[in-house]
Design a protein around this ligand. Structure first.
Ligand code: GLN
Length: 496
């Protein structure tokens, strides 16, 4: 991204950049120390088992992404994006203030839920105003999104560094509270800047006119929704009564949430495929979206272990001292944000370079590359874990290279996925399908949490196998996509 491109952007982009930067400061700062706090039993943490802590980590991160669905809906129908961002940011700040109080489990979970609700309201809406700033779409919009992605990762690096340090080296609650200060700064910038530079964008939506037809349709949609919810309640009750899932435990709750997310996504896709009034071309595109949904969920389920199993590995098995100074283990999560800041411009230029020569890989190939790189990173972790089982602390280079692979993978899959979802979605379903993209991230986070529950301190011998399983799954799916990329590309119907 060159300076000449960035100077041409409206000032409003930078207002959004700073607000999102502080929101991600809060999210990633929180995520950096969450699991460590939950399993800590010496510095005033919650003294949970790895399985319980990791399940809560999964539930929290999954809820953040899942709550973007109601967050987007509220903005579209009631508040407009700008107000949603303002309220969302204020709720996040309140959540961090609650978390700063060392008041036991009740207060802690209240704070956690508050932050998740605020993030759900803020996150999807800030990206949609970025899009709104560039109604013509095209290369300028792509460039704007890559500047915005920098804001995301700058916030992540600052958050992990500051919250991670304060939480791990000083006091957990000081760490959680620091994010409140960050969010306050973000809100001030947003409030001042949006008045001036975002006038006319993300305003309160005009009241929709209700015709008898639209009322009948929303009534019948609501009925289907109630039926699905009732069926889910029955299904979960059966799972509970037969002992398949025990929802009185954190792991059981996370598994229950997984069942709900998978079922709702499945029904949603079936619904738009068979009752969404789509033509043949649109149906094929929705099938492609299903393939990308599965690939993205799998990708995030490995990638988001950054805050779960990889965090545990950094804490317990990685050599982190330089001279007499010991690096906080949460700082390893910084490799991702830092590599993004370094490599996002390189990857963007690579795609442009390849396009100019007609060699730009198609979207399914980029997804496949993302999964293969993710798998590669986990093979490195398998090697690291095989060394660690002997009881030695392993070199930090293992995690460094794993994060490098994962970050390049993310750059192949995530920005491309985001824009492809907006392009392939039938017009009238764009915002819903955008939400479904975040549901894939939600599911991935949940699995990342549940999976890390196996990383038990008393059972370290199984670590290499666990990492190997993730590697095989992602490489397997990546290869399948690579083999079948042609039909997938054909189904995209000319959209790249
Ligand atoms: N790192 C990106 C962000 O924080 C994407 C995360 C995701 O979609 N899982 O926005």
């Amino acid at each position: 991204m060159s300076a000449t491109v960035s100077t041409k952007h409206p000032r409003g982009l930078y207002v959004l950049f700073f607000a999102e930067m502080w929101e991600r400061f809060s999210y990633y700062g929180m995520r950096a120390i969450l699991l460590l706090f939950l399993i800590d039993n010496v510095r005033g943490g919650m003294a949970m088992s790895a399985a319980e802590g990791a399940a809560i980590y999964g539930l929290y991160t999954a809820s953040v992404y899942l709550l973007t669905l109601p967050g987007g809906w509220i903005a579209d129908n009631i508040l407009g994006q700008k107000k949603s961002i303002l309220y969302g940011g204020s709720i996040i700040m309140l959540g961090h203030v609650i978390l700063a109080i060392p008041g036991g489990a009740g207060i802690f979970f209240l704070g956690l839920a508050t932050v998740a609700i605020g993030t759900g309201l803020l996150k999807p809406n800030i990206s949609s105003i970025v899009g709104e700033l560039y109604p013509e779409g095209g290369a300028r919009r792509d460039a704007a999104f890559s500047i915005f992605y920098m804001g995301i990762n700058l916030g992540s690096v600052l958050g992990i560094t500051i919250v991670g340090y304060l939480g791990q080296k000083v006091n957990w609650h000081l760490g959680f509270g620091a994010a409140a200060v960050g969010m306050l700064l973000g809100l001030i910038v947003f409030q001042l800047g949006s008045k001036k530079y975002l006038a006319g964008f993300g305003e309160v939506p005009a009241k929709k006119e209700e015709t008898t037809e639209s009322l009948a349709k929303s009534g019948s949609d609501r009925k289907k929704g109630y039926m699905l919810a009732a069926a889910l309640v029955v299904f979960l009750t059966i799972l509970q009564l037969t002992g398949s899932i025990d929802m009185t435990t954190a792991q059981g709750l996370a598994q229950g949430a997984g069942v709900i997310i998978v079922t709702v996504s499945l029904f949603y896709f079936l619904f738009i495929l068979f009752a969404g009034g789509l033509n043949a071309v649109e149906k094929k595109r929705v099938l492609v979206l299903i393939v990308f949904f599965l690939a993205a969920a799998l990708f995030w389920s490995g990638f988001e272990q950054a805050g779960s199993s990889l965090q545990i590995f950094a804490e317990r098995h990685t050599q982190r001292t330089i001279g007499t100074w010991e690096m906080p283990s949460s700082w390893f999560q910084n490799f991702n944000g830092t590599f993004i800041l370094l490599f996002a411009p390189v990857m963007a230029s690579l795609w442009i370079f390849l396009s100019a020569r007609g060699l730009n890989p198609s979207t399914p190939v980029k997804f496949a590359l993302g999964l293969l790189l993710l798998g590669g990173g986990f093979f490195i972790m398998e090697m690291a874990a095989s060394q660690a089982v002997t009881g030695d602390l392993v070199s930090p280079l293992f995690l460094t290279f794993t994060y490098l692979f994962h970050t390049i993978g993310e750059l192949c899959l995530s920005p491309v996925g985001l824009s492809t979802y907006t392009k392939l979605a039938p017009k009238r379903y764009v915002s819903q399908l955008m939400g479904i993209w975040f549901v894939a991230a939600s599911l991935g986070n949940l699995i990342a949490g549940l999976f890390a529950g196996n990383f038990d301190e008393n059972n370290v011998e199984q670590m290499p196998d666990l990492f190997n399983q993730v590697a095989l799954f992602s490489v397997g799916f990546g290869l399948l996509l690579l083999i079948f990329y042609k039909p997938v590309k054909r189904w995209m119907g000319g959209i790249q």
